[in-house]
Design a protein around this ligand. Structure first.
Ligand code: ATP
Ligand code: MG
Length: 367
């Protein structure tokens, strides 16, 4: 069994405890506080929420993933799916199905694993009153104050046609549910801000902001050392610090590098900085196809700027030095940067432009 996991929600022994954040989330949930949960990609938002709320005895979690939704009918289907997943209690599920009868839900048992699923009739889910039906179903099943409703990747709601009308209807239902905690999570900062910080948005200032940043370095170092030990390797804290630094402290990237280091070293090995290059080569060999596809799609100025960011870092991108280096006027740099951000290749953190994928940065810097 590999001691490191990435690219998925982690739980159990794969989850490094974050007791302070877990306690705060649990308190907010218990008091019915609505939250906007912000954090860069792969920081560990989803894992943290599932772990914290899943660990509460008196709270059930309805987890609704809106990743890449594209229509109202899709939205309604995702909500019902979230309800079905939360439904270990059959009575809860039956109640939801009764309440959402207009969507013509069908309950089925998955023959593979015995889990329950709900599917809704997509035509019924696309009718004008279907959103109201779905939202009031959610409100009613959560009325006992024991349900935390999480909308993950909430910014993707903006992909639905008439997103503002959908948000307005959601807001009109949610605002009367003082005892039900709604958590809205997202990793695309600008889009989340346009929902919660824009005065024209129905969700303007409707929830408290909660930030999920890097895992506490001392706790993460201890966790990583322990996982290497479990995987029959030894590693010094100084080497772990270098791993965390390479991955900009992003939990998922740290785990990816650890996994590659574990994979490229032998049983009983002392893992050192000398092992980095083999581990990074392994990651390149797995991801190279993706990097090349990205580069092929770039325009010439985009490619030049991205290479400069990879080689020189993203701290002073509007300086005269950087402009001279890429041989572009600052106005062009602005336009190109904004496009690269839109394509989610880079993002801004603490005033510095960083790569969404630090391994892609490393690969580009060597090209
Ligand atoms: N508490 C943790 N302990 C150890 N590793 C973690 C922890 N939280 C997250 N990770 C690592 O980060 C990866 C991504 O976690 P998760 O999906 O929860 O993050 P996210 O912020 O929701 O990401 P995304 O923005 O892509 O949805 C996990 O697969 C795991 O490798
Ligand atoms: Mg997530």
């Amino acid at each position: 069994m590999k001691p490191f996991k990435y690219g998925c929600v982690v739980s159990g022994e794969n989850f490094c405890p974050r007791p302070e954040l877990e306690r705060q989330l649990q308190e907010f949930a218990a008091s019915g506080q609505n939250l906007v949960i912000q954090g860069e990609r792969r920081m560990g938002k989803t894992s943290l929420i599932k772990h914290a709320i899943g660990g509460m005895r008196k709270m059930r979690l309805v987890y609704i993933d809106l990743y890449y939704i594209n229509s109202l009918s899709d939205f309604c289907g995702r909500v019902m799916k979230g309800i079905a997943k939360a439904s270990e209690e059959m009575s809860f599920l039956k109640k939801a199905v009764q309440l959402a009868f207009r969507l013509r839900p069908v309950i089925a048992v998955d023959p593979k694993d015995g889990s329950t699923t709900i599917s809704v009739d997509t035509r019924a889910a696309a009718e004008p009153d279907s959103l109201g039906a779905v939202l009031s179903t959610l409100a009613k099943i959560a009325a006992d104050g024991r349900t935390c409703i999480v909308f993950d990747e909430f910014q993707d709601i903006l992909k639905i046609e008439n997103a503002m009308a959908v948000l307005a209807e959601m807001r009109s239902v949610i605002q009367f549910q003082a005892d039900t905690p709604y958590f809205f999570t997202g990793s695309v900062r600008n889009d989340m801000m346009s929902i919660f910080d824009n005065m024209d948005s129905p969700f303007y200032k409707s929830a408290l902001t909660f930030t999920v940043d890097e895992i506490d370095q001392v706790a993460f170092t201890k966790f990583i050392a322990e996982r290497f030990r479990k995987g029959d390797r030894h590693i010094e804290n100084g080497v772990i610090a270098k791993i965390i630094d390479f991955a900009d402290g992003v939990s998922g990237d740290v785990q990816e590098l650890c996994e590659a280091l574990w994979e490229t070293t032998g049983s009983g090995a002392e893992v050192s900085s000398d092992d980095f290059s083999a581990a990074i080569e392994l990651i390149f060999s797995r991801e190279r196809g993706g990097y090349e596809a990205i580069v092929e799609r770039l325009t010439n100025p985009q490619a030049r700027l991205l290479c400069a960011l990879a080689k020189n870092g993203g701290a002073q991108v509007y300086s005269a030095d950087f402009a001279a280096n890429v041989n572009m006027p600052v106005s062009t740099i602005r336009r190109v940067i904004s496009r690269l951000e839109e394509d989610r290749l880079i993002f801004r953190r603490k005033g510095v432009y960083r790569f969404s994928n630090p391994f892609f940065r490393e690969w580009l810097s060597r090209s």
